[in-house]
Design a protein around this ligand. Structure first.
Ligand code: SAM
Length: 386
């Protein structure tokens, strides 16, 4: 059971965070399905850690926990198996000098403007000739690209990607890749900008791919510039692209606090939802789906695999956490093949098997849950016992 000093602080907070601003600083510059709101991570960090403590989020997604740890002067490690998640997280916590950004972005936009306007003038190039286009513009080869994107969009995306790859400064290049990725769903023929990926027959002609990119890159740039005041602390935040079932690069009992948010079994098929971005960035959505905990969601053994993989993740979380320290897990109870799975109860069992003793559960209600369809979600507090 949690001591009074913690309970008092927990109970002071309204965990619904109705109307809270969830988009400050670098939060929210790239859509990421099932992000949690920054106030959850921020308050848990405030309650259960001190300045300079080392925080782990081993399902870091788009890096929400890392930003919150950075602004509170904590050290932090974020791990995710999804390369797009790692890219977004890294960019979110990496300040870049204004002079570098002005130079690199200015040069990029000027060269792109020339290249794209010149292609737009020769309208014939937009008539679709797959082979010609793929060779001329170095378009990535993926099945049905011409169904997902209109020809003029493919050409403009390919030109933008090619010029981004020329950027010398790696941090600026990664920032531009995030801007590039964030416009892809919107300029595709997909029926919505997030969630299920389906082709819309009603999508009008998209003629402003380049303009959307410029506007996004400028928005992200202005947010990155706000990181300047966290320069000192951002050095202590690391993103590792890897599998949380094996945290061999973290020593036993090295972590002061875990704040994390695992997949709700297969409720969000990340590889499927993010397929278009992953492919344009040169990553394999199929490989990712095989590696994700809760991946291959249509297979009959999805829940069994999830249980086995999560138990392994719990073992590692327990191993790396210091004795008596806390592990906070945000989770909801998804419906899989028509059946509700009570993940909160399962997690209590997993915890008890690996020395993470369940302490307390905060219920979040109908207002601001991470998963739109779920009525409630839980913030579960465990403590490492020896
Ligand atoms: C609910 S999301 C986390 C979202 C995050 N809290 C945020 O605000 O963006 C769960 C994450 O677990 C990641 N994941 C799934 N299997 C993993 C594995 N084996 N190792 C590391 N990360 C994994 C997914 O890629 C996804 O980003």
């Amino acid at each position: 059971m949690l001591e009074k000093k913690y309970l008092k602080r927990i109970n002071k907070i309204n965990w619904e965070f109705i109307n809270a601003d969830t988009t400050y600083l670098t939060h929210n510059f790239h859509r990421y399905s099932s992000k949690y709101i920054p106030q959850i991570a921020g308050n848990l960090i405030d309650i259960f850690s001190r300045e300079n403590d080392l925080i782990l989020d081993n399902f870091v997604g788009s890096g929400t926990t890392l930003v919150e740890a950075m602004i509170r002067k904590r050290r932090a490690i974020g791990i995710d198996i999804n390369p797009l998640a790692c890219l977004i997280s890294k960019v979110k916590i990496t300040p870049i000098e204004k002079t570098v950004l002005d130079k690199e972005i200015g040069k990029l936009i000027m060269s792109l403007k020339q290249a794209i306007y010149s292609v737009r003038e020769q309208k014939t190039l937009y008539s679709f000739d797959k082979k010609n286009m793929i060779e001329e513009y170095e378009v990535p080869k993926f099945p049905y690209i011409d169904k997902w994107f209109q020809p003029q969009v493919i050409v403009e995306l390919a030109i933008i990607k090619k010029y981004i790859d020329f950027i010398e400064n790696k941090d600026a290049r990664d920032m531009c890749l995030v801007a590039f990725s964030s416009i892809i769903r919107g300029v595709s023929n997909a029926s919505s900008e997030f969630g299920n990926l389906m082709i819309s027959k009603r999508k009008g002609k998209v003629t402003d791919t380049f303009e959307r990119f410029v506007s996004k890159v400028n928005e992200i740039k202005s947010r990155i510039l706000q990181l300047d005041k966290y320069k000192e602390f951002s050095k202590n935040i690391k993103v590792v692209c890897g599998d949380t079932r094996n945290l061999a690069f973290i020593n036993d009992s090295e972590i002061d606090l875990i704040v994390t948010h695992p997949p709700y079994i297969a409720a969000v098929p990340y590889a499927e939802y993010q397929k278009l971005s992953l492919r344009w960035l040169g990553f394999s959505d199929r490989k990712l789906d095989k590696e994700l905990i809760g991946g291959r969601r249509q297979s009959n053994d999805v829940v069994k695999r999830f249980d086995k993989d999560m138990l392994k993740a719990f073992e590692e979380m327990s191993r790396v956490l210091k004795d008596n320290k806390f592990c906070c897990i945000v989770i909801g109870n998804p419906t899989v093949k028509g059946k509700t799975i009570e993940l909160n109860k399962k997690f209590i069992k997993f915890g008890s098997k690996v020395g993470l003793e369940f302490q307390y559960e905060i219920k979040r209600g109908k207002y601001n849950t991470t998963m739109g369809k779920m009525k409630e979600e839980f913030i579960m507090i465990f403590r490492k016992t020896n």
